[in-house]
Design a binder for this molecule. Structure first.
Ligand code: 9YT
Length: 132
């Protein structure tokens, strides 16, 4: 069994800070679970244009308020504490944070650790792992 704590992980190489968000990656490819699990903070006012072409992602909102828009059809969904959105079709989307939002995210295939978005809003399949 593996046991980790968010507060400790926040002080390690598991915490990645990028433009409009930061994410602490609690479970990664090296753990051999077939998925990765992250606690992500989206900063208030952020507008993220994302397209995870190489990964499936599910995102559960723990707290905060915002919206997600699917680019293909322009549909907008309110996201509040308790909402989950599931990108089962590698959907191109726009995430907007009205307040700071805390999200629990699962990726399949799992991230290595250091991924940040490329110009298309995707993560590459190969990336550097973390130093714990
Ligand atoms: C919700 C979302 O995709 N935010 C970007 C960060 C990502 N969840 C991550 O890498 O943990």
């Amino acid at each position: 069994m593996i046991v980790r704590h968010l507060a400790e992980a926040n002080e390690s190489g598991r915490r990645i800070v990028s433009e409009g968000w930061e994410s602490t990656r609690l479970l990664l490819k090296d753990d051999n679970m077939g998925f990765s699990f992250h606690i992500t903070t989206i900063y208030r006012g952020a507008e993220l244009h994302l397209h995870y072409q190489n990964h499936l992602e599910s995102v559960y909102c723990v707290h905060g308020r915002g919206s997600v828009e699917t680019v293909a059809d322009g549909k907008k969904y309110e996201i509040t504490a308790g909402s989950i959105y599931i990108l089962d079709k590698n959907d191109k989307h726009i995430l907007r944070a009205e307040t700071e939002m805390q999200m629990a995210c699962v990726f399949n295939p799992p991230l290595h650790g250091k991924e940040v978005h490329n110009a298309e809003g995707a993560y590459e399949l190969e990336a550097e792992g973390i130093d714990d």
